[in-house]
Design a protein around this ligand. Structure first.
Ligand code: 3H9
Length: 694
């Protein structure tokens, strides 16, 4: 077998170029060299009248090889390869299957015609990696499909189905069949004049200043932190003029984005979401899960059931009373209606999903379930009672999972005779929308049970992260710690609105007080009460202000008042907040001082990083990147910053240790240097180093 990434096959007067670079035919240097060599070979052979360019395996080229980003560029560069294809004297038709993304679609647009199979999708998702189409995409897409379509494609990064791509003018024809045969037939049609060809660079982009202005205003409003969306608009604007000049504008914009911290953060997030699947149990055989039981029809249980139904599973929902059960079913039904409205599923699919739902007040109906997820009130005694019952009811080999956010999975497993079949599956609310799933592995959880948790996540289109057992696992444990830093900031004089604004400027969609209001301040209140007996005496109590809000019945958005006041869709300042701030600061003996926005962000982030380092040190998270993915997918951490520990590397361990030591002068109990960070500061190593090879 040849290890060539690109091969040429001559069939009479047609040449077929096949790219074969698994898994996704990324256009790395070997592919680029192969394409150039293929063109030379065809030219030398001299008898070819048309060329079909297609890919082996599951997809057309999925883009430039992202692993090459940030390394010294290797020639030939992709923009030059696309230009070579376009300039080639013999017409080339690209034949697309799978997902032609980024540099893949750009390669196809460099060809002289495009044919796709009906299931193919195309897209220019570079903006999601903090860059822009840099191989002519910003110049060729508007020439083929007009400025509004090109802007939509480039700014959203969405995957466009073949039919829509045809309507947009990005492709010329849809054909069914095996990919090589479609390529051969398409090339023959080119020779017969049945499939017209042209050079994309010869087309003219119709002017549309209004669309460009609207797009620029939109990106400035929606993505004020990001560089690349604006650069995308600037590059598309240049497509109205001379092609070569447009390419130069695009190249300059691409090179301005590529080395940016934002692009590095977004690329870390892309690979991180995939790296978390690399778990010690990955070789274990997952058990078959088709029938799911969900206990509890509240927001969490209904969301989990919705998500499972949307993924094609059968679900049995259990509640204690008929009334609660009806409420649960109504919530699921409303969730599914919402999915139809958002275009996520058709009416027919919604009806089929509801048809797979069984609702019962009798736990015995779970006897045949393959996996049961308990999602009831967070009380250990209630959970233990349920698990003991489930153990008696469920068939042998059925997996029992708890959706607890912080309780000890080992303690829950201990009430069953099957602790190896027990694990935590911690979904995030709303569970049918949020993509994160913490798979919490107890000391006795069997490898195949962990593998089943990961397989279930994949079926439900979620990103699973492996977590060990501790109070709060990865995410909520870290959250619990840094929210204290936020509360100390407010006790010491920072205003909650200033804290929110500073962190929103850093990139969080919402500051912690807005989030608290949205989630319900009663949740934090109950957690503080639960943890009060175990709170160390040396620990400073920061919860008094939030406690007072809850005790006034101001639990946030759902009560119309919290840190803010809610009037329909409008949010206003709470005029009573300052009185509470003054009173509680006085009670705590705090003389308010001022904090700069930077100081607020530094303290908040240092607290987050400290506990994240401990979570890695304790083995609760497998690697730093697992923490990053949890925060990106479940806690609204700004994606362009790559996650707390990727961000930590930009500060450096030594500087972080220095910060903690200076804060510790005020509060030596709270601000302690994690051993891992100390060690990293001494050795000059990074969290990125720890991610390598694990
Ligand atoms: C670009 O093109 C820039 C140009 O405009 C200009 C250049 C000058 N490179 O996602 P999966 C790996 S920027 C390297 O699990 P799926 C991935 O990490 C690029 N590796 O499969 C994984 O590795 P592992 C624009 C890549 O079927 C494996 O392939 N293109 C690349 O669920 C399988 O991936 C994009 O942004 C890559 N480009 O989804 C598209 N892509 O097995 C990025 C994937 O070790 N890719 N890998 O974990 C995707 O969106 C999805 O991979 C795709 C397939 C939808 C294609």
């Amino acid at each position: 077998m040849s290890d060539k990434k690109v091969s040429v096959e001559f069939v009479e007067d047609v040449a077929l170029i096949c790219i074969d670079n698994p898994p996704v035919n990324a256009s790395g240097v070997a592919v680029r060299q192969g394409l150039v060599a293929a063109l030379s070979e065809i030219k030398e052979a001299g008898r070819t009248k048309a060329i079909g360019l297609y890919c082996a395996g599951r997809t057309f080229v999925a883009g430039a090889d992202i692993t090459e980003f940030g390394k010294p560029p290797l020639e030939p560069l992709l923009p030059d390869v696309c230009n070579n294809l376009e300039d080639f004297e013999t017409p080339i038709v690209a034949v697309i299957h799978g997902t032609a993304m980024g540099g893949g679609l750009e390669t196809a647009m460099g060809c002289h015609a495009r044919v796709a199979v009906p299931t193919a999708k195309v897209g220019l998702p570079e903006v999601l990696l903090g860059v822009l189409p840099g191989a002519g995409g910003t110049q060729r897409a508007p020439r083929l499909s007009g400025i509004p379509n090109a802007l939509d494609l480039i700014l959203s990064g969405r995957h466009v189905p073949a039919k829509e791509a045809l309507e947009m003018g990005l492709i010329d024809r849809i054909e069914e069949g095996s990919i090589r045969e479609v390529a051969l037939a398409a090339a023959r049609d080119v020779i017969l004049g049945k499939l017209p060809t042209r050079r994309t660079c010869d087309l003219v982009t119709p002017r549309d200043d209004a669309a460009l202005e609207a797009a620029m205003a939109m990106v400035q409003k929606k993505h004020p932190h990001l560089i690349s969306p604006q650069k995308c608009v600037e590059a598309v604007a240049a497509s109205v003029g001379d092609f070569k000049q447009g390419l130069a504008t695009e190249r300059a914009a691409f090179m301005a984005c590529l080395p940016s911290a934002q692009s590095k953060g977004l690329i870390h997030a892309f690979f991180g979401e995939r790296a978390v699947a690399n778990i010690p149990e990955k070789k274990a055989q997952a058990r078959h899960v088709a029938a799911l039981g969900v206990i509890g029809g509240g927001t969490m249980g209904s969301g989990i059931a919705t998500s499972a139904l949307m993924a094609g599973l059968s679900v049995t929902l259990i509640e204690v009373t008929q009334e609660a059960l009806d409420r649960g079913v109504a919530t699921i039904s409303a969730n599914l209606d919402g999915a139809v409205k958002r275009g996520k599923m058709s009416d027919a699919k919604r009806d089929a999903a509801l048809g797979r739902l069984t609702a019962s007040t009798d736990m015995m109906t779970l006897a045949d379930a393959d996996l049961v997820i308990e999602a009831v009130f967070e009380k250990m005694e209630i959970k233990k009672d349920i698990f003991a019952k489930l153990d008696g009811i469920c068939k042998e080999g059925a997996i029992l999972a708890s959706n607890t956010s912080y309780l000890d999975i080992n303690e829950i497993a201990a009430v069953t005779k099957r602790p190896a079949d027990v694990l935590g599956l911690h979904f995030f609310s709303p569970a049918h929308i949020m993509k994160l799933l913490e798979v919490v592995v107890g000391t006795q959880t069997a490898p195949e049970v962990v593998a089943t948790g990961f397989a279930l996540a994949k079926t439900m289109r979620k990103v699973a992260v492996r977590a060990g057992v501790c109070d709060g696992f990865i995410g909520n444990r870290i959250l619990g710690h840094y929210l204290k830093a936020g509360s100390y900031l407010v006790l010491d004089g920072a205003h909650p609105y200033q804290v929110d604004k500073a962190l929103e400027r850093f990139g969080f969609a919402m500051g912690p007080h807005r989030v608290g209001d949205l989630a319900g301040l009663d949740i934090g209140y109950m957690t503080r009460k639960r943890l009060a007996p175990t709170r160390p005496t040396e620990e400073r109590y920061g919860g008094a202000i939030a406690d007072q809000l809850s005790e006034n019945g101001w639990n946030g958005r759902k009560t119309g008042k919290g840190y803010y006041v809610y009037d329909g869709r409008e949010t206003h300042e709470n005029p009573d907040l300052n009185v509470i701030l003054d009173a509680e600061r006085t009670k705590a003996g705090c003389a308010p001082r001022t904090f700069s926005d930077d100081d607020i962000v530094d303290r908040y982030m240092t607290a987050m990083i400290s506990e994240a380092a401990r979570v890695v040190e304790d083995g609760i998270a497998l690697r730093p990147v697992d923490v990053d993915v949890v925060f990106l997918m479940g806690y609204g951490f700004p994606r362009f910053r790559g996650g707390p520990l990727h961000y930590a590397d930009s500060i450096g361990a030594a500087a972080l240790v220095e910060r903690i030591e200076s804060y510790a002068k005020e509060d030596a109990h709270y601000w302690q240097v994690p051993a891992l960070l100390q060690q990293m500061a001494e050795s000059g190593s990074t969290f990125a180093d720890m991610n390598k090879g694990r």
